[in-house]
Design a protein around this ligand. Structure first.
Ligand code: AHR
Length: 711
């Protein structure tokens, strides 16, 4: 897949260089854009730009959810305590760590079960210290390191049971295991040291102790660890709980939290919240994506077990090859919406999962319908309702404001064609109980004419998804100009130009910007849109864990310490921050084109002549109250393009305007952790704005001209 992408981008470069000559040669015929202020178009959708999220690329665990302990309840891997290791400084000591599980987890020997805290926390870690000597403990490597920052207080907590050793009563005939639990004199009580330290254990960044009580019962301990002012930030660190005494120590729900946005317990990572808020999005689509559906029906997003105390959250199998802690549960999604001031857009499970299984509409689907109604009640129900009361008990008595509910995700993958029945059953139940809600179908008529919903009421809103390369984005940027104005509204619920990894490059951003001009011009029917995926942890594989991401070309990248926006991010930010409430119709002439390289699909369709695609893209909107005009222009080529601009119907305009440009010399250029701001919008003032003016578009650039109509 990577190879193919390289080819595409190479081709695009070559074509652009070739095209440069053509454009220079024909530049007498400038592209001309006439903005018609005499007949302003439709209203811009107030919800046009939002965010889409799911647990992919370690978006939450190892991302927005700032829990620093990987595998805190020891369920990530059934055969080993992933993320954990033994710390033992003195080779004369004798100690081991071992994963323990509850009855029912058959791969665990009899002697090593029966340590559940409750039905959610059924697996734990045992540290066995048979012979003391130096410091002995358990270390957690975090999500590609534990971020250590100066003058920072971390909240550590964990359950320990300092049990005496015993020989379990075996049923008659049950063999004694090869490695039985050793008999150790019961001396586990006393101080336990907790540290954040360098991976080699030589530097202690923060330290504290708890006094372990002698008890065979689980007990939660908490302490704060504070770093000095003079340390240099690093992620080359681990979290250690250690002892200097023999004994059997059982651990569960080990947690280490850094400061969160607004200091909310179990809250969000502040830098990622800021990056999102800076985009000025209007909604958040959650919980997926594939994460809503789960690999199996039994893995669908289990919103009920994501509520309340962390002790009651068992986590679940995610859809992207790793388990989800569910630290970001249903309530946390809603609080995240509050953190960035957006409306929730809820995806409810619709009975289809990724392995292709589905639940038939009718009585078998009833539990799924009821579950969706319960979920909605949790979000918007009065505190007198069952689930509204639960929300209040969870700390949020006020109902959230919900308008849109999406039924399922990408149900065109359901080869049984069962969506029609499933959609109608769930939609009817939702609309009957909550007439103010608007339901979204996941099958787009235009893309999947053979699978669309045909029975019942016509779907009001359709979700369309597009993952394309930049050529396809440029070629299809005006597809919505031709959509039926009387058809269903469109929610572009996932889309992206997929070039660059792990985050996108400038060429992808040029594809995105072109595509967004098309959505913006048509935002009478495109009522909402959101890029995907939003987040990526950019860490590569280590000796203990695989690389952090599963999907190339993402919007916002981060490691344990810092984060950055891709060029696509800055396009989103520019578009989201600069939009009016009325679409300005634009008539165009002389839009230059370039030949698109032929694809395999072309040859399959018998296309042998390279189709021509535009190289300049545009959209304009006006804020009626202030008169501010937002004109967006994209030049996808490596040469400057001079554009004639006519403001038809405007008598007076401020002679000075603000120009923002996102550009670079090479379309493969990108932002990274070490060079996070190589490509960002550059602001300048331009003069000479009049009802007719010209603007030069830089090579490989996205420009926003913000000009002011005068009365
Ligand atoms: O955004 C990544 C994935 O792409 C989503 O989970 C899924 O809906 C789509 O196929």
């Amino acid at each position: 897949m990577k190879k193919m992408k390289k080819n595409v981008t190479k081709k695009s470069l070559l074509t652009s260089i070739f095209l440069g000559a053509i454009l220079t040669f024909t530049s007498a015929q400038n592209p001309t854009l006439t903005l018609d202020f005499t007949k302003l178009g439709a209203n811009v959708s107030p919800m046009l730009y939002g965010l889409m999220t799911e647990e992919i690329n370690h978006s939450y665990d190892g991302g927005l959810y700032p829990e620093l302990i990987r595998n805190r309840i020891f369920k990530d891997n059934k055969s080993n305590p992933e993320g954990w290791s033994l710390v033992r400084n003195d080779s004369a000591s004798k100690a081991t760590i071992k994963l323990m599980a509850a009855v029912g987890q058959e791969n665990i020997p009899f002697d090593e079960r029966r340590h559940a805290i409750n039905g959610a926390l059924t697996t734990c870690l045992r540290l066995t210290v048979e012979k003391e000597g130096g410091r002995i403990g358990i270390a957690n490597e975090g999500f590609w390191g534990i971020p250590v920052k100066p003058s920072t207080t971390y909240n550590a907590s964990f359950y320990i049971k300092g049990s005496s050793s015993f020989q379990p009563q075996r049923r008659q005939g049950q063999p004694v295991p090869v490695n039985p639990v050793p008999i150790i004199s019961d001396n586990t009580s006393g101080p336990i040291t907790v540290t954040i330290e360098s991976n080699d254990g030589k530097i202690i960044y923060a330290s504290g102790t708890i006094n372990l009580e002698k008890s065979i019962l689980w007990k939660k301990y908490e302490l704060n660890l504070t770093t000095d002012a003079n340390i240099k930030p690093t992620a080359d660190a681990r979290f250690v709980i250690s002892t200097n005494r023999t004994g059997l120590y059982y651990f569960n729900l080990v947690s280490l939290f850094p400061p969160t946005h607004n200091n909310r317990p179990n809250g969000n990572r502040p830098d990622l919240i800021k990056l999102m808020a800076d985009m000025k999005p209007k909604f958040l689509r959650f919980p997926g994506g594939n994460y809503l559906e789960g690999p199996l029906i039994s893995d669908a997003f289990p919103w009920k077990t994501t509520l309340g105390a962390l002790e009651n959250r068992p986590g679940h199998n995610g859809s992207w090859g790793y388990r989800a802690s569910d630290g970001i549960g249903l309530l946390e999604f809603l609080l995240w919406c509050e953190d960035i001031g957006v409306a929730p857009l809820l995806g409810v499970y619709a009975g289809y999962s990724l392995n292709g299984d589905h639940i038939d509409a009718g009585p078998l689907l009833k539990p799924i319908v009821d579950d969706a109604l319960d979920e909605i009640e949790y979000i918007i129900g009065d505190v007198k309702t069952y689930w509204g009361a639960k929300r209040a008990a969870d700390g949020h008595p006020a109902p959230f404001k919900l308008t849109y509910v999406e039924i399922g995700n990408e149900d065109w993958f359901d080869r049984s064609n069962s969506y029609d029945g499933r959609f109608n059953q769930i939609r009817t139940a939702i609309e009957n109980k909550y007439p103010s809600l608007h339901c979204i179908s996941t099958i787009a008529d235009a893309q999947y004419p053979n699978q669309k919903v045909v029975t019942g009421k016509k779907p009001e809103i359709l979700d369309e998804h597009y993952y394309r390369d930049s050529w396809a984005m440029w070629e299809n940027a005006s597809q919505y100009d031709k959509y039926d104005r009387n058809g269903p509204k469109i929610f572009v619920g996932e889309w992206a130009t997929r070039e660059g990894a792990p985050t996108t490059n400038l060429n992808a951003a040029l594809g995105d910007a072109a595509w967004m001009t098309g959505m913006e011009r048509n935002s009478d029917i495109i009522i909402m849109s959101c890029y995907a995926p939003l987040f990526v942890n950019v860490n590569t594989a280590t000796t203990t864990v695989p690389k952090a991401w599963q999907w190339d070309s993402d919007l916002i990248g981060y490691n344990a310490l810092t984060s950055y926006g891709s060029p696509s991010y800055y396009v989103q930010q520019l578009f989201g921050n600069n939009i009016g409430d009325k679409i300005i119709p634009i008539a165009v002439e002389n839009i230059p084109t370039q030949p698109r390289p032929l694809t395999r699909r072309d040859s399959a369709n018998g296309i042998t002549k390279a189709p021509l695609v535009p190289t300049v893209f545009y959209s304009a909107s006006q804020d009626k109250k202030s008169g501010t005009v937002y004109l967006k222009l994209v030049n996808t080529t490596g040469v400057k393009q001079q554009v004639n601009l006519n403001l038809n119907g405007i008598a007076k305009v401020s002679p000075e305007a603000t120009l923002y440009v996102i550009k670079s010399d090479n379309p493969q250029d990108t932002n990274t952790i070490s060079d996070p701001e190589k490509i960002v919008p550059i602001m300048s003032k331009i003069k000479g704005i009049a009802p007719q003016f010209t603007q030069i578009l830089d090579p490989y650039s996205v420009s926003l001209i913000k000009l002011q109509q005068r009365k």
